[in-house]
Write a protein that binds this ligand. Structure first.
Ligand code: ATP
Ligand code: MG
Length: 512
């Protein structure tokens, strides 16, 4: 046969083959477990598996595709893997890992797969949502300009958080990070904000305490808790924040305002590192895998405020990061700082000296700024950061012990009152009205000559008098977002009487 004929027939054969090609015929959706251990299974024989796809094993065991190699796939197994052994067959499900979403999740405690772990029976859910989904595009979003009130004076006045913002809570261990998150959830009562609290790598007992607290403050009814304890395998801990975000996202797309807490993402990064080292991915800096930034950026990008055409819902994220000896320039902290729209830095020394919540106003910032504040809050708190910065500067200076001039003394006494007013007990978030009155009083200078140890007594007295004699002041601020001159005058007048009576009592005590 001539050479050209030969080529023509060959190309004919190839073309024919291509036209009959059906990838489903060639691809197999059944595979075999080659090796299994440490919650990782290596599967041979499955083609075209998707990243994140659910793989079904015998005895109702499941896993998620995490690694796609040329000849095999790596699957992270959920739950106990004792039942899976080498040689077992497994099948593709064609589905991504999904969790139940919707109002049936409210008041429930679930694991990373959305299965209830609170003992209150099955969850009534008709809708499922994949744990990973693409973040809304820029055009689908609108700017953040509505405050999400935490009820914590130091935050709402100086580092305001807006609905749809991502604000990092960062600090050493035992500095009140979780306390801020829980107080913020408690403060959302009757504010039409749904909350999701995602606990990663904590002890089960800590989670049980948090659930009990939320129940006691009647906050569980608008909250879902996603828990993956330190005892659970790395794949479950890795999945928890994505599952929690899907639960929250569902409400956001329905036009609701949602708050999500990730407690904490340092432990999440460690779980991911464990998982990928087991999958034999090459370690990078601090042994974290190369895509550790993407791990948290794709999670936090999902928080936003949607445009009005898409319902105007919002997802506000408060991720938590634990630092070692206040080192905010370590790898994971700097990653998450650069992803979020600001951070609340908790200072260990302040916490230990009793300045709680220990928010360091110098290192904390909210990039959304005062556009996430009401006009009233803006007007009473605008000079607060400056006054505190002056105070701290002068405080260092005054330690040299020289004679202080009058203006320095004034800065010091005013600063001492401000720091005292910003102290707040745990589980006592305040309404906007109470916060604004307290800050107004502190900034007015009327308390500057008072012994700081009497400040909280005076504030409590004032708050009781307002509630009893002129509750209109609080209502006006809370509902109409107004703080009239008459209200201010009334407060000043009453404050002077209270201060006089406190001073009188002290003089009487001194006489004894
Ligand atoms: P961990 O690093 O262990 O997660 P954390 O930073 O989350 O700790 P918390 O558990 O919130 O810190 O708080 C540590 C302790 O400080 C708790 O006992 C808590 O009750 C107490 N605490 C937190 N905030 C305040 C506050 N504003 N007033 C008084 N006590 C507080
Ligand atoms: Mg904590």
């Amino acid at each position: 046969m001539p050479k050209t004929d030969n080529l023509n027939s060959l190309s004919q054969i190839i073309k024919e083959e291509i036209s009959h090609y059906d990838h489903k015929v060639n691809s197999s959706s059944v595979g075999q477990v080659v090796s299994v251990g440490d919650c990782i299974a290596t599967i041979f024989g499955i083609d075209n598996a998707m990243y994140g796809e659910l793989i079904e094993f015998p005895n109702n065991a499941y896993g998620m595709v995490m690694n796609i190699e040329e000849n095999d796939i790596g699957v992270a197994l959920f739950g106990e893997n004792v039942t899976i052994k080498e040689g077992d067959t497994c099948t593709r499900t064609g589905k991504l890992v999904s969790v139940p979403v919707g109002d049936g999740m409210l008041g429930r405690v679930v694991n990373s797969l959305g299965e209830p772990i609170d003992g209150f029976g099955p969850i009534k859910a008709t809708t499922y949502r994949p744990v990973e989904s693409v973040a809304p595009e820029i055009m689908d979003r609108q700017s953040v300009n509505e405050p999400l009130e935490t009820g914590i004076k130091a935050i709402d006045s100086m580092i305001p958080i807006g609905k749809g913002q991502r604000e990092l809570i960062i600090g050493d261990r035992q500095t009140g990070k979780t306390a801020i998150a829980i107080d913020t959830i408690i403060n959302q009562k009757d504010k039409d904000v749904y909350c999701v609290y995602c606990s990663i790598g904590q002890k089960n007992s800590s989670l049980a305490q948090i659930v009990a607290r939320l129940k006691r403050y009647d906050a569980l009814k608008y909250t879902t808790i996603v828990g993956s304890s330190a005892a659970e395998p790395a794949p479950m801990q890795y999945l928890a924040p994505y599952a929690a975000t899907s639960i929250a996202e569902h409400w956001m797309h329905q036009g609701k305002n949602v708050l999500i807490i990730y407690d904490d993402l340092s432990k999440h990064a460690v779980a991911y590192r464990t998982l990928l080292l087991l999958l034999r991915r090459s370690p990078g800096r601090e042994a974290y895998p190369g895509d550790i930034f993407y791990l948290h950026s794709r999670l936090l990008e999902r928080s936003c405020r949607l445009s009005d055409e898409l319902g105007g819902g919002s997802l506000t994220a408060l991720p938590i990061i634990e630092t070692q000896a206040g080192d905010i320039s370590a790898y994971i902290p700097t990653n998450v700082i650069s992803i979020t729209d600001g951070q609340l830095f908790l200072n260990t020394d302040m916490f230990n000296s009793g300045q709680r919540p220990a928010i360091d106003s110098g290192l904390s910032v909210s990039r959304v700024g005062s556009s996430a504040q009401t006009k009233v809050m803006k007007s009473v708190s605008k000079d607060l950061r400056m006054a505190l910065a002056n105070y701290h500067e002068m405080l260092d200076f005054s330690r040299f012990g020289s004679d202080l001039d009058k203006s320095t003394k004034k800065i010091l006494s005013h600063g001492a009152i401000l720091t005292e007013v910003l102290k707040q007990k745990q589980y006592m978030p305040l309404s906007a009205g109470k916060e604004i009155v307290d800050i107004f009083v502190a900034q007015s200078g009327l308390l500057d000559d008072i012994d700081p140890s009497h400040v909280h007594y005076i504030l409590k007295f004032l708050s009781n008098s307002i509630s009893a004699q002129n509750p209109h002041i609080y209502e006006e601020i809370n509902k109409e977002k107004k703080f009239s001159d008459e209200s201010k005058e009334w407060i000043k007048e009453h404050l002077n009487t209270i201060i006089a009576s406190v001073n009188d009592n002290l003089i009487q005590e001194d006489n004894y």
